[in-house]
Write a protein that binds this ligand. Sequence first.
Ligand SMILES: [Zn+2]
Length: 479
Amino acid sequence: MSDMEGVLNSNVQSLPHVEEEFVDSDYDMSSGDEDYQEVMNEQREKSRGKQAGDLSFAQASCVTQGVGGGDVSESENDESDELLTESDSNGEGHIRFAEFNEEKELYNPRLRVGMVFRDFDQLKKACRNWGIKHRFQLWFPQNDKKRVICACHNKKCSFRIYAAHMSKDNPSVQIKSANLDHSCGKVFSNFHVTSRWLATKYFDKFKADPNWSYNGIIKQVKDDQGITISHMKAWRTKNLAMRWVNGDEAEQYTKLSMYAAELRQSNPGTTVILWRDEGVFQGFYVCLKPLKDAFWSGCRPFIGFDGCLLKGIYGGQVLSAIGIDPNDCIFPLAYAVVLTESRQTWTWFMELLRDDLEIWNSKYITIMSDRQKGLKRAVEDIFPDAEHRNCVRHIYTNFREKFKGKTLKDYLWNAARATYVQRFNYWLGEIEKESLEARRWLDHQDRPHASWTRYILDARDKGIITMLEMIKMKSMRRI
Ligand SMILES: [Zn+2]
């Protein structure tokens, strides 16, 4: 096992490296824009929630002298929304200024004199976003290591922000003076709304819906920002966001070996196998100890096999083995994520399962699976003596004793051949129209394929570790 881990770890570098691939084609980006890593960190921090906000607040110095940033207590952090301004000096030189809270205010900054920023980049980001939010086009006529002046693009406008380091000893950046009133009119385009800015802002949305249409993106930006972006910009935005989403998933795969080790440690006796071929991910197999034990304590000598497609960027399939407990309830025996469903991957899965369940004589086992050739051949290879039934044929044998006629028979087979849940449900609906009784009878049958597949459907469009964890939780609940 340790050899395997060694191989796995040494192969981690060969996974796609997003940063190298990343070539910025956006002509209108300024040098202060975030790089990939920063965007990813932002997303992570966002998901970590309030805790992360407190942390970044505590790390930044918000006291002019005497007390370092690290000394800010938690109770003070909670009041960060109502920090004192310059005039609230307590008379001992300890002045607390409002701290820019990137977590909360990134897209709706409330700029004011005295406000403190981590650095000039953060200040410029806040200014740009303030401009986008309030529909003014801002720029930085002075922009060096010591000071930044932010002004309105309309030269006659009196809007100004002047920012510099807090003091000689304190590199934090502070707004020293400002005139936040514009004497100009609002604009309806903004060169700061770059594809990168949009990809960052809507990262979660792209992640949740990789098929988000260009028209949908354009409409959302119009609704949120009042700006009409071009089809080209929508395309560039999506392109960039999807590369980040993919990078996120690639990173998840590299974390798989850590997840495997953790699973083994927290569930002693559990089998976890991570299969890679020349550094390329092939499969991840899990057979949880309690499920393994359950198989031999009163379960029927039955194994059902099923595969279901994954919706993530990487594609892939979930293979699962299902058992039936004494109460006729189905429960998973083992599951795996593989890149492709084939005779080879099914054989790999079944061999591991056979060893885990210690099935040395398959004579007493009944196997149920659907018609796929790869699956059928793998069953013949690994469980040569088992009774192998087609799931639907088995149900149909019982079905026809109660319900006669070709129409119902055809509908049942159509349902069985359905590769989508919607299609499956459609044919169940047709059966119901023909005979409500038949439909009810079907609902009370063991339909390991349909029901288990549907059971994990809501997990399958997640990142691989999230998904494995969800399937694990669902499996555990069945014990
Ligand atoms: Zn202006």
